[in-house]
Design a protein around this ligand. Structure first.
Ligand code: ZN
Ligand code: ZN
Length: 323
C-alpha cells in the first residue's frame, strides 16, 4: 500500500509498504492534519521518530471485518485513534484521558489501510451513513469538548478564545453551537476575515481585552506569555485553560495574587476519552455544514509535503489528506 512517510524534519515521502493483515482493516478515505502532526513535521517529536506514518483524524471504509463485529466490507466508519481501558486506577478516578492502558490504532492514517485491534472495534469504531469527510473532525472536536467540559462553560459565561487557528476556531464554533457568548482574539487578518464569515466574533487581542471581561479564557496558541496575560485579565473567579501544547520545558510566570485574591483557576488538558469522542460525533451529526467549513483544503497523499507546508504558512484551517 501507499503511505505518506514522515522521514525527517520537514520531509514527507510517499513509500510503498506492506498492507497490514489484521482481522479488521479500514481503507482510509481521508485524514485531517493535526497540530501535533504539523509540530512533528516542523520540529520533530519525542514520540514520533522518523520514519513513521503520522495522522490520526481519519474516516474510511471497512475493507475486512469478522462478521461478529457487526461490520461488513463497504461500511463507512470513523475510528477513534485510541481509547481508555475503563477500569484502571485513572479511569476509575474519573480521569480516563490519563488512562495508563489505552488501546491504540497502532499506525498513523496518512496511508491507504489501517488496522484496528479487534478488542477495540466495539468501543472505538462508529458507523457512518455515507462517505462524509467531515467526520474526520470527530477526534479534534472530542479534544475541544474535553476542554469545554473541564472549564464547566455554561451559556451564562462570556468566553474568549486566544488564537483563531484550527483548534481555537473549532472551540469557538462549538461554543456558539452551545449558545455561549464567545469571541476570538486573532492577529492574522486572513483568519479574522474567515472567522467572521463563519459568524464568529473576531478581533485583535487589544480590542478584545479592552472591551470585555471574560469568565473563561481558552489559550489556543502555544505562547506562554499569552497564558500569563490571560491569568491577569480573566474576571475574578474565572478560569484560564492551557489548550495549546507548549514546549515541555516552558515555565509560566503567574501572579499568586490572581490565584489567592482573585480566585483565578488555571488548568489544561490534552486528548480525549471515548465518551467525548461519541459526543463529538453527535455534535457533527447535528450540524455537519458548520464543521465542514473548517476543512478548507484537501490534498492527495502524493502532495503530503505541500499540505504540511500550506498549513505551516497559516493559509489553511483543517487540511485533509486523501489516499
Ligand atoms: Zn488530533
Ligand atoms: Zn484506564
Amino acid at each position: 500500500m501507499k503511505a505518506l512517510m514522515y522521514v525527517g524534519t520537514k520531509q514527507m515521502e510517499v513509500q510503498e509498504i506492506p498492507k497490514p493483515d489484521g482481522a479488521f482493516l479500514v481503507r482510509v478515505l481521508g485524514c485531517t492534519v493535526c497540530g501535533t502532526d504539523l509540530k512533528t513535521f516542523l520540529h520533530g517529536h519525542p514520540y514520533f521518530k522518523p520514519p513513521t506514518i503520522l495522522g490520526h483524524e481519519f474516516y474510511g471504509q471497512v475493507e475486512k471485518a469478522p462478521a461478529e463485529t457487526g461490520y461488513k466490507p463497504g461500511d463507512y466508519v470513523v475510528v477513534a485513534p485510541y481509547g481508555e481501558c475503563g477500569h484502571c486506577e485513572k479511569c476509575e478516578a474519573g480521569l480516563p484521558e490519563l488512562c495508563d492502558h489505552k488501546d491504540y490504532v497502532e499506525t498513523g492514517a496518512f496511508c491507504e489501510y489501517v488496522e484496528v485491534p479487534l478488542s477495540f472495534v466495539e468501543r472505538g469504531v462508529i458507523k457512518l451513513n455515507g462517505p462524509d469527510y467531515v467526520y474526520a473532525l470527530t477526534e479534534p472536536l472530542a479534544c475541544v469538548l474535553t476542554a469545554i467540559n473541564q472549564l464547566k462553560i455554561t451559556d451564562k459565561d462570556s468566553v474568549l478564545v486566544i488564537g483563531g487557528g484550527p483548534m481555537g476556531t473549532l472551540a469557538a464554533m462549538t461554543l456558539i453551537e452551545k449558545g455561549v457568548k464567545v469571541r476570538v482574539a486573532e492577529i492574522n487578518p486572513i483568519r479574522q476575515e474567515k472567522l467572521r464569515s463563519w459568524g464568529i466574533k473576531c478581533d485583535t487581542s487589544d480590542v478584545c481585552y479592552a472591551e470585555d471581561q471574560y469568565d473563561k479564557i481558552i489559550v489556543a496558541v502555544n505562547v506562554g506569555p499569552l497564558v500569563e496575560e490571560a491569568v491577569s485579565k480573566v474576571k475574578a473567579g474565572g478560569k484560564v485553560h492551557v489548550f495549546a501544547g507548549l514546549p515541555s520545558d516552558t515555565k509560566l510566570s503567574i501572579r499568586a495574587y490572581d490565584m489567592h485574591y482573585r480566585f483565578v483557576q488555571l488548568m489544561g488538558c490534552s486528548g480525549y476519552a471515548l465518551p467525548a469522542f461519541r459526543h463529538a460525533f453527535e455534535m457533527i451529526r447535528k450540524n455537519p455544514a458548520r464543521y465542514e467549513a473548517l476543512i478548507t483544503h484537501r490534498f492527495p497523499l502524493e502532495k503530503g509535503q505541500e499540505a504540511m507546508e500550506t498549513l505551516s504558512r497559516g493559509e489553511a484551517f483543517k487540511i485533509m489528506i486523501e489516499p
